[in-house]
Design a protein around this ligand. Structure first.
Ligand SMILES: Nc1ncnc2c1ncn2[C@@H]1O[C@H](COP(=O)(O)OP(=O)(O)OP(=O)(O)O)[C@@H](O)[C@H]1O
Ligand SMILES: [Mg+2]
Length: 257
């Protein structure tokens, strides 16, 4: 079982879109996936049409006195995809975590109870560096950093690297960077080529070969509360996410079913 976190402190780089569509790609290959929404904006929860009920949300997991005893709030999206949803209160929960003993390990401890149930757990992170992201990176075995090909996107990448090193030194020695993923790729934009070249030459071997093209169907799929792989399987977006899924499965040594 692998736990993959989508992380970048920059907003709007397609963390959530990638969490959902990579999960859909893995489900398409027959793997069982759990999506964990750790963002108070609850975009993944919303994009999959999950409505909170008395099972609760990730807030209840973080608020529990003894996390080992918590029944996880798991909702079913489809046969192969389950979801632990977020809600806005998660931002208050995040502040409360600051004063809690062992607060970096809450998510890791919670997810240990379902490790046998899933092939992959995919964690969608908020666009910030805080206790929620530390928990995600402490729980994760692997991470992907989505970036847009815009000048502003590469600012902050070095800080991300330092942050990941800090996590490795302190809470998760074995955390593995699967790669930097170029998203919303539009070759008509003049900056695109330059930024892509910059990334490939400065992060050798780290930039994933799969690129996610800018594609209106990807954005529209959210309206229909589906991954683009279900909404428009023939679209560029769906094809790109399938090729990403294949690349990630190969990198992790999983069978291409
Ligand atoms: N390949 C794509 N083509 C077109 N639009 C896209 C693509 N990927 C993502 N988007 C759109 O870009 C916006 C931001 O994407 P998304 O919400 O996944 O980013 P994010 O990094 O999770 O944002 P945040 O930091 O706020 O959590 C959304 O409106 C989404 O639909
Ligand atoms: Mg998001």
């Amino acid at each position: 079982m692998k736990i993959i976190a989508l992380i970048n402190q920059k907003g709007g780089v397609a963390k959530t879109t990638t969490a959902i569509n990579l999960s859909a790609g893995m489900a398409d290959k027959g793997y069982k996936v759990l999506i964990v929404d750790t963002d108070p904006q609850a975009s993944a929860t919303f994009a999959l049409g999950i409505i909170e009920d008395d099972r609760g949300t990730l807030v209840d997991v973080y608020s529990a006195k003894k996390v080992k005893d918590v029944k996880l709030p798991i909702y079913t999206y489809s046969e192969k995809i389950d979801v632990i949803p977020a809600n806005l209160t998660l931002s208050v929960t995040c502040l409360n975590l600051m004063s809690r003993v062992g607060s970096d390990n809450v998510l890791k401890t919670a997810l240990a109870s379902v490790a046998d149930v899933y092939d992959f757990i995919i964690i969608d992170c908020p666009p910030s560096i805080n206790k929620l992201t530390i928990n995600a990176l402490t729980a994760a075995t692997d991470l992907i950093i989505p970036v847009e090909t815009e000048a502003m996107s590469i600012n902050g990448l070095r800080e991300m690297e330092e942050y990941i090193e800090q996590v490795k030194c302190n809470t998760n020695e074995l955390l593995n960077l699967l790669g930097i993923l170029i998203t919303k790729y539009d070759k008509r934009k003049s900056s695109t080529q330059q930024i892509q070249e910059y990334l490939i030459s400065n992060y050798q071997g780290v930039v994933l070969k799969s690129v996610i093209r800018d594609n209106v169907d990807v954005a529209d799929s959210v309206i229909y509360k589906k991954p683009v792989l279900e909404y428009k399987p023939q679209s560029n977006g769906a094809q790109d996410y399938l090729s990403l899924t294949n690349e990630i499965l190969t990198k992790l040594g999983y069978e291409q079913k």
